[in-house]
Design a protein around this ligand. Structure first.
Ligand code: SF4
Ligand code: SF4
Length: 388
């Protein structure tokens, strides 16, 4: 995916005119996907009206803890990230790849040819935009292209939102993935709620973003409004609930393969796989074939998978990662070390979801800190000293 250059100076759209953004996107054939409240959490779903956004809600998050609470300023984006990520729209967790129908002595393969959905993703946070770029690396960056992802991704219109609040489990500032959105959006909003106005400072990131903004009443942002927008995001950066020291992270993980701390984590880990399901960059899937009872048709399905199941590495002699220790170590080492070898980046964007939605509150920032702390003063093998 090409990075878009910022094409315009910031504008201001009033809260009262934000519906026109949704209307413009609808008029262009987009299905607008945005945050809304359901079952006590903020999820991403089809939202056609600004009035359905989570106005006046915020979230409190900690390890194994998530609650919505009211806020009295009526902000539409006054929370951080919930349990879902945008990967469910760009790479759906369940997808039929093809069907086969019996045809005389053989089978006729019928490939799926559903029309590509055109999503406008509204409310994409900085860390989530980075996560989408990571999915681009996985699905589009190698020798094999995922055509379904490619079509969805190219069709998607991205309305990013700068964070004005950092969550207790957020650590994007440590990784350079937030809270200010980077390149790759069509439009980016920063919400201003002051005594004088409820408005959005809007930055254009693409030609089609400029086209959509042209349909929405707006005016040039005043210098004071631009300064306030920047100050809000800077304040969020100062209030990250977590940090992750990235210096030498890959080498630390590789050195720690036999570290006793993995046993301590394994005593707590339920191997439920929640961390992989909520993670915006986890991409593993499996393929399942099914047949009907008459043997007349068969189907091939692609389903999201998790490295926390024993089936994930099952081969003829059994699961290759039978213990919780082996599976947690694999997951964390892939996120923070082997991903760097594969894609030249960390596989984590610091969204904090795996901490919040782990039922026992296992916290990768704490586990890495423990590996570091328990390593201090310990003699290092020669091979490790060479790597460092
Ligand atoms: S780390 Fe937490 S969320 Fe992940 S598998 Fe273990 S118990 Fe489940
Ligand atoms: S590993 Fe955890 S903090 Fe990092 S991107 Fe995945 S869910 Fe977010």
């Amino acid at each position: 995916m090409a990075d878009y250059e910022q094409l315009d100076t910031p504008s201001v759209v009033l809260r009262a005119d934000l519906q026109r953004l949704f209307d413009s996107l609808h008029a262009r054939g987009y299905e607008t996907i945005a945050p809304r409240v359901e079952n006590g959490a903020i999820i991403y779903d089809e939202v056609t009206s600004v009035d359905a956004l989570p106005a006046g809600w915020t979230d409190e998050q900690e390890g194994g803890f998530y609650r919505l609470e009211g806020r009295d300023d009526g902000a539409l984006f006054g929370y951080t990230v919930g349990p879902q990520s945008w990967k469910r729209y760009l790479s759906p967790p369940i997808r039929r790849l093809w069907q086969a129908r019996k045809n005389g002595d053989g089978f006729e393969i019928v490939h799926e040819d559903a029309p590509t959905p055109h999503y406008a993703l509204i409310g994409v946070r900085a860390c989530e935009l980075h996560a989408i770029h990571h999915l681009d690396d996985v699905y589009l960056g190698g020798s094999t292209i995922d055509a379904d992802y490619q079509q969805r991704r190219e069709a998607a219109f991205i309305v990013a939102v700068n964070c004005g609040k950092a969550g207790n489990t957020c650590f994007c500032a440590s990784l350079g993935t937030g809270p200010a959105v980077g390149p790759g959006y069509d439009l980016a909003l920063t919400e201003l709620v002051t005594e004088r106005e409820h408005a959005f400072v809007v930055t254009v990131g693409s030609e089609r973003g400029a086209d959509v903004l042209a349909d929405v009443p707006h005016r040039p942002a005043a210098p004071g409004e631009i300064d306030l927008a920047e100050a809000i995001v800077a304040e969020a950066a100062r209030h990250m609930g977590r940090t992750l020291e990235t210096t030498g992270l890959k080498e630390l993980l590789y050195r720690s393969f036999e570290h006793p701390h993995w046993d301590e984590v394994a005593e707590r880990c339920l191997t439920c796989g929640n961390c992989t399901m909520v993670c915006p960059t986890c991409f593993c899937f499996t393929v399942e074939d099914t047949t009907d009872l008459t043997g007349q048709s068969a189907e091939r399905w692609r389903r999201a998978d998790s490295c926390f199941t024993t089936a994930f590495t099952f081969i003829t002699s059994g699961s290759q990662r039978a213990s919780a220790k082996a599976r947690y170590r694999q997951w964390l080492t892939h996120k923070l070390a082997t991903w760097q070898d594969q894609f030249d980046s960390l596989g984590c964007v610091g969204c904090g979801r795996c901490i919040t939605w782990c039922p026992v509150g296992i916290d990768l920032t704490a586990e890495v800190a423990a590996l570091r702390a328990e390593e201090i003063g310990q003699p290092q093998p020669e091979a490790v000293l060479e790597m460092a």
